[in-house]
Structures are given as structure tokens and as C-alpha cells.
Design a protein around this ligand. Structure first.
Ligand SMILES: [Zn+2]
Length: 900
């Protein structure tokens, strides 16, 4: 921090925590004085109305003197909405997993709030550029207010912005100057004060637990080092700022619905970063997603420059453009761009508590963060108010331009027949609809570009106002700027870290492993708009069947049917091999068999499960099979309801543990017991049939120790199924449970950098030779931030039952494993020869990954080890790998042979 900032801090400190803390103002005039002083400290010397409740009057402590809980913040906004219904609209959009309210407020002039319904309607008309004429649009542009959506605290341990949300709201309602009034006449300000209440609540309660007589500024103190999992994530430990593609979490899916209802023109996501930084705002770093237009970039620049003016006046340091790029569309600060809005990240240095000593020796306070986020919020509101007409016009132009771009495209239409995986196809159609993309469902069969599609097929015409959103979610590949890539290769060649910040590929049809075609013309077929429905209720064919029911395996509908049936206590069998029933129907490997003989009251149970799971269930009047195993064959296994235990807490990656638990519990519908390493090392595990080890950040060997290794090994030998994800596979290798090996980078002529302290003289004759000599002998392969990769499946195994021959995975990091030799086990899924499906991956990694294992299976006495070399639950959006994971868990438990 600079000198001026330190002065500002001293002032805030005095006002926030000095005499004001001791005073308990009761009269309106005193309240006014308090807030005026606070506001002056915040740098806005404007008169404030005494009628607006201050933070202190509602919460009992002055603004920024305490890290407010989500409940306290909600109480403040409820109070504002109750007291100022003419200017504040409070809207609830959902509940977090732990039951906390998710909400936003809209604040504007009384006139704008009175006309709120017509504002929403007007924005919907302006959005619908396919239905609204230019004249109507011009009228709307002339009349509608501008709008800005300020989202605070998506990462629960980034603490200052939700406090700034309260001050921003207070300022807008209480400030009596003309400037603020004119902003509100021109702008509807949406405030989402706490996007992640569960994470914030976790942070706040644990922070105050560790506080002593005085707050510690020491970065090594317990106050400044959260236990696992940090407050950053939500209940299922997701980074919510990566959930804007899959919309799996209520905090984000609810917010997306609210955004689509209001279509704000500008969106700001206010974060915190490391405490030794200053403040970051727009413009973003390279690379930009190519679907972001020049106009949008100009507006980002304009807003950044306006912020800079406010920061200059107060002597606040800031930086722009160096980090936080705008390529991946799954951030809060990216998603609105593809609907034609402007969106940005702001980042403040975090005190991560009340006080923090920076590397420069300055004391950074919580109040400093609150202050800067407040100033940045207000500055941005000003920029939006000033640009009202221009922003409305740009928004309309963007959506119009989308229709034109779609019409001109050779890949105008995406078509999904959906026969290969009906569950994932339905989910994609519902998900795209939730993103505000129009998806059509054909009422009858049709042909397009020479391909026949059955009735019920989905298609997306990208000649629509949400063209860019459709494309960024559906396109197989979004190209990175050539210049940026060339720069990354240059950095790498010079042994410097690359600047790729996040995954470079995210195509939904690829991640869902869906077959689709594109066509340059829209089909002529009567269709209806798809709904937001993610699971379509299934049906039972031949419901009065005499012998029982078969559920064809191969998608999530059947997967949900299996888990629900097991939880209901039904007896379910599963065929390892495909078979043809007397009814002439061919059933894929993995298909489920339920008979009346083994299940009383089966008819009613199956009916209920078909509806809730989405599965199509086939009733059979005979058990006669004409090809493949009969129901009583040894190739048809009883599926037990396994007890699943997952390693939890240090040293596990909270992200992978959270994603995995979420996928199994919320998408598969099956409970998981979370267990810490200390218990796992010594507990009697015989109660469990499946143990999942997620990826880790620290050392599993150190956490589990020799006892843990021995306990797990004995448990496997007695019939346990160990499933490892990502780098937990390395532990299985080190523990001799998996006879694979981790590969180093390919190094054709190692230079013998040994440990000798005196070596022979050497002539280095070229730069190339020099590079050769500084390359380590035993380096790991080069790290990748994440790409989509092609996989080939060995279909001759129950682990791949019902799975497509080719799959897609995310590949992150630099772990490459050796295939298992056949005496040890099988390589069920391997990287394809042509590794890269989408994104940017270093050439040598592509070569080295080819044919290497993605999923290995190694039996051991009565149990087995199933190892994924990457995370199949990554961000919970690799739906195309779900059947494989279901096979590993439930097929694995069915194939292990514990003594019962
Ligand atoms: Zn953040």
C-alpha cells in the first residue's frame, strides 16, 4: 500500500473502531452524524438522510467493524426493503444447501421501482431481437433505465465485498446529493450481497473462534489460516465461480434465472485476492474469448478508466490487464458477456480477518477492503448511469448481430437425435434453456443435411439473440488468439511459466459425450420450445408383465433407477454381457433385471422409479433369452447396495472431494460417508464395500501412514473396492496396490546432472546445446491447465458395460501413467492416438499421452483397485463419464467377493 492509502486507513480506523464503537446512537440526528462521518471516511462527502437505517442501527456495530454473518447482512437488507418499499425490491431466488436464503435487491428511484414490471418487460423485449422491430427497440433504448448487477462474496472467505454491499445500498438510499439521485433516475441497481452464504458463514464462525485478546495481523496466525475446507467454497465445496457452465449449484443456477429475468446491462463480481496485492479492475488480461466483441471491450475500458479516476482521487493503488483473463465463460464475470451485457471481476487485497500485516509492513484492515469495494461499486454505477443509452443500444446490437452471425454460419444449426444417450440429451436441452438459449424439440420425424431425425429430437438454431451463448456452450472448440499461443510457447521454450489461467475447452456436447450434427439450414419441422426440465419422467412398457422388468443400461436414467431401487431395498441383478430377450429386444451389457420372484410389490415400485429416474422400463412375461446369458447365469450378478466411504479433509483436494460427493449424492442419488485420514487408518472398514480416494494436495502416504496402507490393503484383500481419482492413483502405485508407474517427461538424451560436485570441462557451442544442458534429467511432463481429451474404451469388461466406445475427459496437470501389464490387470479406458478433442495442449504431452491409461482395473484377492488417472467428476460437468463411474462403484461392489 502507498502512503496515501495508509492515511485513509488511519482515518477509517479512527472512525470505525474508535469512539463510534462506544457510542450507541439512538436519535435520528446522531445516526445521521455517524453515517456522514463514515461516508466521509469512505471518500464521499455528501449529506445523508437520517431516515435511512444505518448498519449500526440495525446490526449493533458500525460498518466494517465486524465481519458480518450472512444472517446479519440479510437482516439489514430486509430492513431496507421494509422501510423503503418504494425504492427497494427484495427478491428471493433460492436456498443454499445449508438452507440459507439466496436473494437480491433492486434499488432505484421511486419512479423506476413503481415501473419495475415494465422495466423487466422492456428488457425482455430488447433481448428478443428476433421479435422486436428496430423502431420498438429505439423507443425502448430512449426510455428504459440502464441497469447494473453487483454480485458480492461468491468466494465465502473473500470477506470485504458483502460488507461493501450494505454500504452501497445505504449510500444509494440515504445520499441526498443530486448526483446520486440522477444515477438512480437513470439506473436500476441490483445488489446480490452474499452469493455464497454457506461459505461465508463457515469463514465467519471459524474466524471468530480463533480470535484472542486482540486481532492478529500475523499471516502465520490461526486467524489467517483456515482449516480444511476454507470458506471459499459452498457446502459441496464447489468453486462457485466455475459453475456458470454446468449450473449444478443452487447459488449459481438461481442467480442465472434471476439475471435472465432482469437482463442487467453490466455485471460486476467483487472478489478478494492475496493480501500483498492492491486492487484489480477491468480491462481483463489476454486472452479474450473471440466471441467478445470490440464494443464490449471498449466499454470495459471505459469503466476501468472511470474507476481509475475515483481511485486516483483517493490515492488508492490498483492494477489492470495483467491477470484474470476473459477466455473461459464459466466465471460469473464472463457468463453475462455472451448475452450481450458487460461483465467484470474486481479484486481487492484481502485482510482475511480484521487486520493483516503486508510484506511492506503496512497494516491492511478489513475496513480498507470494504472501502475500496464500496468506492469501486459506486464508481461503476456512475459509469453505467452516464452510458445509459449507449449500453442499451450496444446490448440490442449484440443480440441482433448474433442473429445475423447465426444465419451466415455454416454450422447454423446443432441437431441432437438423442438415441445414444436420451438422459444426457434431455439434460443438455434443459440446461441450454436454463442458460437462456432457445432449444427446439421436433414434434415429428424430419431430415436435415441428409440425416434423419426421429420425433422428439432437439435442435438449436444459432440464428437467435442468444447466439453467442449458444456458441460458447456448444462449439467444439473456441480458438485462442494465435499471438497469445505463440507467446506461451516462447515462454515455455525459455523455461518460464505459461499464462494460461484455466481450462481451454468446455464444450457441453463433448463433455456430455453426445452425438450431434450441424447443418447450415434450419430444418422445416413443426417444433416446440424445450423446457428447463433436466429429467423427463420415464415409463414402464408392459407394466403387467408376469416375470419381471429389464432396464436397459447406458445412461443416467438407468443409473438413477439403480440407485433408487437399491435404496428402496429391491433385489436388482445386472448382466455383465449384452443379451437378446425373447421379445427380440437387444439389451446392452449392464442392463438391470428385477423379477417378481425376488421382489414382492414390484409393479408399483417400478412404476414409481421409472417416473422419478427417467428410465424406460421393459416388462417381460418370460425369462427366456435367445442370445447371451440367462437371468440365472454367473454372468448376471446380484447388485448389493454398497456402503460408500470417501476420504475427507486434509490432504484431500476439497474441490475433488466436493465434486465427487456431489455427483454421487445429488446426481446419482446415493449417500456417501465422509471419513478423515486418522479414522481411515485404523477403523474397521468391513462395514464398507467401496472406498473412494479423491485427488489430494498433500501427501496421502504421510496422511494415511503405514497403518493406513496396511488397513486399506487388508480391506481390499477381504473384498473391498478401492477407487482412486487423479493423483490419488499415485498413492495406489506407491503402495503396490496398482502395478502402474508414473512417467517423467520424455528425455531422449539425459545429461547426467548427478550429484557430483566436480565434473569434466565442457564446451557448449550453441544456444540449443545450452538449453539441452539446463534441462533437468528427471523432470515431470509439462503442466496443462486443462483440455478435453479423446479416450478409447475396451468394451470387453463389466467396467465398460453400456459405455460408448469413445469418451471424452478433461485432462489437467502433468500425470501420465504406464499401462498395466496383462498379468496385473486391464487398461479399461486409454487415451486415443489422436489425444486432443478440444483446447490447447502442448505437442509433447499429446504424443506422450497417446495410448496411456485413463482407467485401470487390478484385482487383488477378494477385492480390487479401480484407478482413474484424472478426475471423472471434474466440476461435475463430465456427464459423459457418469456411466463409467456408476459401473466402477456398483459394478465393482457386485464383482468383489467378500465373505458374507
Ligand atoms: Zn474470488
Amino acid at each position: 500500500m502507498q502512503f496515501k492509502a495508509r492515511i485513509a486507513h488511519a482515518l477509517v480506523g479512527a472512525l470505525f473502531t474508535g469512539t463510534l464503537l462506544l457510542s450507541t446512537p439512538t436519535h435520528a440526528s446522531e445516526l445521521s452524524l455517524v453515517e456522514t462521518q463514515q461516508a466521509q471516511a469512505l471518500g464521499l462527502a455528501v449529506p445523508y438522510s437520517a431516515k435511512v437505517p444505518t448498519i449500526e442501527s440495525v446490526l449493533g456495530y458500525p460498518a466494517a467493524s465486524r465481519i458480518s454473518s450472512p444472517a446479519a447482512i440479510e437482516a439489514y437488507f430486509v430492513k431496507l426493503a421494509e422501510q423503503f418499499p418504494a425504492q427497494v425490491k427484495l427478491h428471493y431466488y433460492g436456498k443454499s444447501w445449508e438452507g440459507r436464503n439466496l436473494y437480491y435487491v433492486a434499488i432505484s428511484s421511486a419512479e423506476n421501482i413503481a415501473a419495475y414490471a415494465s422495466y423487466q418487460q422492456g428488457m425482455q423485449q430488447l433481448s428478443a431481437a428476433d421479435k422486436t422491430s428496430r423502431e420498438q427497440a429505439n423507443k425502448l433504448i430512449a426510455e428504459l433505465p440502464a441497469s447494473i448487477w453487483l454480485s458480492y462474496g461468491v468466494h465465502g472467505n473473500e470477506i470485504s465485498s458483502p460488507e461493501a454491499a450494505m454500504l452501497t445500498a445505504y449510500h444509494l438510499l440515504a445520499a441526498e446529493d443530486e448526483q446520486t439521485a440522477s444515477w438512480l433516475n437513470n439506473t436500476v441497481v441490483f445488489i446480490d450481497p452474499v452469493q455464497n452464504p454457506d461459505g461465508r458463514s463457515r469463514f465467519v464462525s471459524r474466524y471468530y473462534m480463533t480470535a484472542g485478546l486482540e486481532h492478529s495481523a500475523d499471516r502465520h496466525s490461526a486467524e489467517h489460516n483456515e482449516p480444511w475446507p476454507s470458506g471459499r467454497s459452498n457446502h459441496y465445496l464447489f468453486d462457485l465461480n466455475r459453475d456458470w457452465i454446468a449450473l449444478t449449484q443452487p447459488e449459481i443456477s438461481g442467480q442465472v434465472t434471476a439475471l435472465l429475468e432482469n437482463m442487467p446491462l453490466v455485471f460486476v463480481d467483487l472478489h478478494e485476492m492475496g493480501g500483498d496485492s492492491s486492487y484489480y479492475f477491468t480491462p481483463e488480461a489476454d486472452p479474450y474469448n473471440p466471441l467478445i466483441t470490440k464494443k464490449q471491450r471498449e466499454t470495459l475500458w471505459y469503466i476501468g478508466e472511470n474507476n481509475a479516476q475515483w481511485f486516483d482521487e483517493r490515492g488508492y493503488d490498483y492494477f489492470t490487464r495483467e491477470i484474470f483473463d476473459a477466455f473461459y465463460p464459466g466465471y460469473g464475470a464472463s457468463w453475462p458477456l455472451y448475452h450481450g451485457s458487460i461483465s467484470m471481476t474486481y479484486e481487492m487485497a484481502s485482510a482475511r480477518g480484521h487486520v493483516f500485516r503486508t510484506k511492506n509492513g503496512d497494516i491492511l484492515t478489513y475496513g480498507d477492503g470494504v472501502q475500496r469495494h464500496f468506492v469501486a461499486s459506486v464508481a461503476t454505477i456512475e459509469a453505467v448511469a452516464q452510458q445509459r443509452q449507449q449500453l442499451l443500444k450496444n446490448f440490442w446490437d449484440y443480440r441482433n448481430q448474433g442473429i445475423e452471425a447465426g444465419s451466415d454460419s455454416k454450422q447454423r444449426v446443432y441437431l441432437f437425435a438423442g438415441q445414444q444417450d436420451p438422459a444426457a440429451t434431455q439434460r443438455l436441452a434443459g440446461l441450454l434453456t436454463r442458460h437462456g438459449v432457445h432449444v427446439q424439440q421436433a414434434k415429428e420425424a424430419f431430415s436435415a443435411c441428409g440425416v434423419k431425425y426421429p420425433a422428439g429430437s432437439f435442435w438449436v438454431d444459432t440464428a437467435q439473440p442468444a447466439h453467442y451463448m449458444a456458441r460458447t456452450l456448444l462449439d467444439k472448440n473456441i480458438a485462442m488468439d494465435d499471438k497469445f499461443i505463440a507467446e506461451q510457447e516462447r515462454l515455455r521454450a525459455n523455461n518460464l511459466p505459461d499464462q494460461i489461467y484455466d481450462v481451454t475447452a468446455w464444450s457441453l456436447p463433448l463433455m456430455f459425450n453426445l452425438d450431434y450434427q450441424t447443418c447450415s439450414r434450419a430444418p422445416r419441422v413443426e417444433s416446440q420450445l424445450a423446457t428447463e426440465q433436466l429429467v423427463k419422467p420415464g415409463t414402464v412398457l408392459n407394466a403387467d408383465a408376469e416375470v419381471g422388468f429389464i432396464v436397459p443400461w447406458g445412461d443416467m436414467n438407468a443409473g438413477r433407477f439403480l440407485t433408487e431401487a437399491l435404496r428402496e431395498g429391491l433385489t436388482v441383478k445386472r448382466s455383465d454381457l449384452a443379451f437378446t430377450h425373447k421379445n427380440k429386444q437387444r439389451y446392452p451389457a449392464g442392463s438391470l433385471i428385477l423379477t417378481h420372484a425376488q421382489n414382492p410389490n414390484l409393479k408399483a415400485a417400478v412404476q414409481k422409479l421409472a417416473v422419478s429416474s427417467g428410465a424406460t422400463v421393459h416388462g417381460v412375461d418370460s425369462s427366456w433369452v435367445t442370445d447371451g446369458p440367462n437371468f440365472g447365469s454367473n454372468n448376471v450378478k446380484l447388485v448389493h447396495a454398497p456402503n460408500i466411504v470417501m476420504l475427507w479433509d486434509e490432504p484431500v483436494s476439497s474441490l475433488n472431494a466436493g465434486h465427487s460427493r456431489y455427483v454421487i449424492e445429488q446426481q446419482f442419488g446415493y449417500p456417501v460417508t465422509a471419513m478423515r485420514a486418522a479414522q481411515l487408518s485404523r477403523a474397521d472398514l468391513s462395514h464398507y464395500q467401496v472406498l473412494i480416494l479423491p485427488s489430494t494436495y498433500g501427501s496421502l502416504s504421510a496422511a494415511l501412514g503405514e497403518n493406513g496402507e496396511a488397513n486399506v490393503t487388508k480391506w481390499i484383500e477381504n473384498g473391498g473396492v478401492l477407487i482412486t481419482f487423479g493423483n490419488a492413483t499415485e498413492w495406489a502405485v506407491q503402495s503396490d496396490l496398482l502395478n502402474s508407474a508414473l512417467e517423467r517427461v520424455i528425455n531422449e538424451s539425459p545429461q547426467g546432472h548427478g550429484s557430483e560436485k566436480k565434473v569434466d570441462g565442457l564446451l557448449i557451442q550453441s544456444k540449443a546445446e545450452h538449453m539441452h544442458y539446463i534441462t533437468p534429467d528427471a523432470a515431470d511432463p509439462y503442466w496443462t491447465a486443462g483440455v478435453l481429451t479423446n479416450l478409447d474404451v475396451d468394451l470387453e469388461h463389466w467396467l465398460s458395460a453400456g459405455v460408448q466406445p469413445n469418451l471424452i475427459s478433461v485432462t489437467v496437470g502433468n500425470q501420465i501413467y504406464r499401462p498395466l501389464s496383462i498379468e496385473h490387470g486391464r487398461n479399461i479406458v486409454s487415451y486415443s492416438k489422436n489425444v486432443l478433442a478440444s483446447g490447447y495442449l502442448w505437442e509433447e504431452n499429446q504424443q506422450q499421452l497417446a495410448y496411456k491409461p485413463f482407467l485401470m482395473w487390478q484385482p487383488r484377492k477378494r477385492g480390487m483397485v479401480i484407478s482413474f488417472t484424472q478426475e471423472p467428476t471434474y466440476r461435475a460437468y463430465l456427464d459423459g463419464l457418469n456411466v463409467l463411474l456408476l459401473n466402477a462403484i456398483f459394478g465393482g461392489a457386485a464383482h468383489a467377493t467378500p465373505l458374507r
